[in-house]
Ligand binder design. Structure first.
Ligand code: URA
Length: 454
């Protein structure tokens, strides 16, 4: 490409004025961003122009392809079996990966998952796993592939230099208030999934106060775009649309969330507050089995996943995978993974019915306790967080324990307790609860209400 064929100023102005970017113009931009010939302030301006003007599908496809081409790809072709992946657009207490992946692997899928760290209100699987003593998030590629071939499951932070353009773009979006752009989110997520190599990809696109997308309609729009991007790269992709209005399951906080997954996979009794999480994880695992051709229909996929949960194969798979990556599972098996210094109960102030907790508000409380990070370089405290005891809608009496705060510092625990008391309202009448799973975007891009999904 001639060095002077394009100039970044002209491309920014074109997008600012509503023009269309050609694939080679996007290539020029991303290459220049990575080699330093285009300064970050020009990329930031381009991102803001895209934020306002949007991208057409063709532009989004081109951007995704160029982000994939900016780095290496994971080659899973040597693995015998169907390689599948799952991605959630992120949420509060979203630990479905740690349940759905062992279930899907126990039913025969091969999973090599690259996982992200927590940022802002959304937790990351990598940080949850780091709360298991000794667990290694970095694996050399041959070890990763060998583990997937042998036990069917590996989860790593990142082995190779995948999608460096996304890393740079994301950092700039994060600094310039341009994260919440539908085509930028779609290209960012799908470029990473495509580079990570799996032929089957199940997405969990979330909406509500704890998610990027405010409502189900915008989540479905994002999902349709991501399904199309995956299909154009030759992958089988479907998306479940689910609510992130309230935290998912009981726990928010790293070790607490891993412990909740272990409880679910061991069928521990008294898990009413985890029922929504368990159901979503089974649905996602079943969806992976169906798309991967290991189940005759979706229902068969869900039933296979449920069976692996009930008979303990999922739990055994989780243990095998954690141990294969150096995790010491003794404390997890003994129910002692969570070792927070202070555990402070949140009690009901009166009789009534428990409201659903607002996901964004719970995320802020947990972040103030030290469980999340504002910036990528921030340290996090794996032991702190919040655990709901009562599910939304439950009838409660004054003095009953609604939730617990886990903290390293007593003053922080007391502050979190007060905040949580405001979030967990006790109402005179049972609240109207929204369904957790709203719908599905199938491979052809059809948006199907969940009640009609078979
Ligand atoms: N997750 C990503 O990986 N990228 C985005 O842009 C948003 C969420």
């Amino acid at each position: 490409m001639a060095a002077d064929k394009f100039n970044m100023y002209g491309l920014i102005a074109k997008k600012r004025d509503g023009g269309l970017l050609q694939a080679e113009e996007i290539r020029f931009w991303l290459r220049g961003m990575l080699d330093g010939s285009i300064p970050d302030y020009q990329t930031a301006a381009m991102l803001m122009a895209i934020f306002w003007r949007g991208l057409t599908e063709a532009e989004t496809f081109a951007l995704t392809e160029e982000i994939v081409a900016s780095g290496e790809r994971l080659d899973l072709s040597g693995i015998d079996g169907v390689c599948a992946d799952k991605h959630s657009t992120g949420g509060v207490g979203d630990k479905t990966t740690l349940i759905a992946m062992p279930l899907a692997a126990a039913c025969g899928l091969k999973i090599a998952k690259m996982s992200g760290r927590s940022l802002g209100k959304t937790g990351g699987t990598a940080d949850k796993l780091a709360s298991v003593p000794g667990f290694r998030l970095e694996l050399p590629e041959p070890a990763l592939l060998a583990q997937v071939a042998e036990i069917g499951l590996a989860v790593v932070a990142q082995t190779k230099n995948l999608t460096p353009a996304d890393k740079r773009l994301y950092a700039l979006r994060d600094m310039t208030a341009t994260v919440d752009s539908l085509p930028l989110i779609a290209a960012s997520v799908m470029s990473k999934k495509i580079a990570a190599g799996a032929g089957v990809i199940v997405l969990d696109v979330k909406f509500g106060s704890g998610a990027f997308m405010p409502d189900a309609a915008s989540a479905a729009e994002l999902a349709r775009l991501m399904v199309k991007l995956g299909r154009s790269a030759g992958r089988r992709v479907e998306a479940v649309i689910s609510s992130m209005a309230a935290p998912l399951g009981a726990a928010v906080g790293n070790a607490l969330e891993v412990a909740e997954c272990a409880d679910i996979l061991q069928n521990k009794p008294d898990l009413a507050v985890s029922a929504d999480l368990q159901r979503l994880a089974v649905v996602l695992a079943g969806e992976m089995l169906y798309l991967g051709g290991l189940a005759e229909c979706r229902r068969d996929g869900w039933q296979q996943a449920e069976a692996a949960l009930q008979d303990g194969r999922g739990w055994q798979k989780l243990l095998a995978f954690l141990q294969a990556q150096g995790g010491d599972t003794e404390s997890l098996q003994a129910g002692e993974l969570v070792q927070a210094k202070h555990v402070v109960p949140v009690l009901a102030a009166k009789n009534g019915y428990l409201s659903a907790a607002d996901a964004a508000q719970v995320a802020e409380i947990v972040q103030r306790l030290g469980a999340g990070r504002e910036r990528v370089e921030d340290e996090i405290d794996y032991q702190v967080g919040v655990r709901m005891i009562k599910p939304a809608g439950a009838q409660v009496v004054a003095g009953e324990r609604l939730a617990e705060v886990y903290a390293s510092d007593l003053a922080q625990a007391e502050a979190a307790k007060k905040d949580l008391q405001r979030v967990l309202q006790v109402l005179p009448e049972p609240p109207q609860l929204e369904p957790l799973i709203w719908g599905l975007v199938d491979e052809r891009g059809n948006v199907v209400p969940w009640a009609e999904v078979k």
